[in-house]
Write a protein that binds this ligand. Sequence first.
Ligand code: HEC
Ligand code: HEC
Length: 416
Amino acid sequence: MRVVWFITGVVGWALPGSVGAAEPTPAEVFEKRIVPIFKSPNPSSCVQCHLAGVDLKDYILPDAEKTFRSLRDQGLIDLDAPEKTKIVKLIDMGGNANGPNAVNAKLRVAERDAFVAWIKACAADPKLKDAPKLDEKDRAQPARPVEVIRHARKDQVLESFERNVWAWRFRCMNCHTEVTPQNDKYRKEYGDRVAWVKKGGPADTLEYLIASKLLDPAKPEQSLLLRKPLGEKHEGGTKFVVGDDAYKGFRTWIEDVAAIRADKYAAVADLPPADTGPQRFGTDLWLKLTACPPEWGDKFLQARVFAWDAKRKAWDETPVAVSDRVVSGKANLWQHSLTLLTSKDSERAKAWRTGKPSLPDGKYLLRVYVDGNGKLAKDWQAVLGEADLAGQVEFQAKWREGYNAMTAVDASKVRK
Ligand code: HEC
Ligand code: HEC
């Protein structure tokens, strides 16, 4: 019914003055095409990129004429070029999405057609053009400030995901990575749910996770994505301890997503502090500390690796790699994969983003921090500092990938 009616409308506009049914008035087009968008209980196509903060509905008022004036006065409608109008451009931002966004693409086309049809009808009505300005307080616009809209954009959430979650994925590999022999084996036994690290990379993994049951939006700290690696009924065993770097990253991201989705950020002051720290890149480079002193046994140990700056003839001030884990007291051994760090806009960051993150062979400084009295367990946001420094040692590294090619350091040489 709606489709037939719409086609008549298009013909009417394309051939002005042609015979046929009277053209629908702007109010009629509004009623038929815009009101259903306004009343729909489902999010608009904007949700493809805006997880919260803005929706097409935010620009619509129950009244046709007021909606027109509201959009016109905000510069969102151009009567001379309805298709190039800003509100249509916002709808068009989704582009020609295929694949996982195909459903959204259909919705977007419907929204776009509806707005173009309505704006064209408005353009044909001289009364509307000259309608008085709408009071600013009556305008329809998103309730959230632009900073909140930006924070809730999916590309921003993805950036945070890469830094906070994706960077630590090597702790979960390959058990959870799609299309690896190990994952295929687990999949046969436990089903598709174990394949939550998607072969397409971080964006696909993020799409999967935010739609999955692994995140608990009401109690983010209780999310399975945190509880399983803490060792709670987890076939993969204990991969996190409360307060380690990966836990901090996962939890920070999970809490943020939960707050975004619950629309909890109302004002700029509600947003979490900007992450000014380095970019993190997960690797399959391993560091091993042998002959650990007994007093480190079963304690949480953080390793920070510093590179030599030949120009300054000094160690770098910030670490180039980190890793943390509990020391095996039985074996006096600590070993784990490294996460590399570099500032966001460095040449290294560019290279590591597109290629494989790696480090040159050579001399490095290892600083060892030990959580002697369970500081992190009490406060997951606590950071080990100079008081926790167990000592340092210089070592030669020949970085090679893989569990069987670890760089070993004799921990008995660690000195304050
Ligand atoms: C394909 C992804 C995508 C879709 C779909 C999308 N947006 Fe956006 N939106 C963005 C990006 C990216 C920006 C930032 C653009 C920029 O800064 O130039 C943005 C910016 C905005 C802003 C400006 C906020 C600011 O930073 O100043 C508003 C308002 C907005 N979008 C509304 C909408 C509405 C309404 C819809 C749905 C009708 C929509 N967007 C659909 C990606 C999208
Ligand atoms: C040695 C293999 C292995 C490693 C490493 C591993 N896991 Fe698992 N994990 C499993 C298996 C097998 C299952 C399915 C059985 C179960 O629920 O324990 C599972 C289940 C899960 C589930 C539940 C999935 C669902 O949809 O029910 C989550 C979440 C999870 N793991 C998170 C992690 C995280 C996060 C890491 C890394 C920090 C990790 N795992 C590391 C083997 C592993």
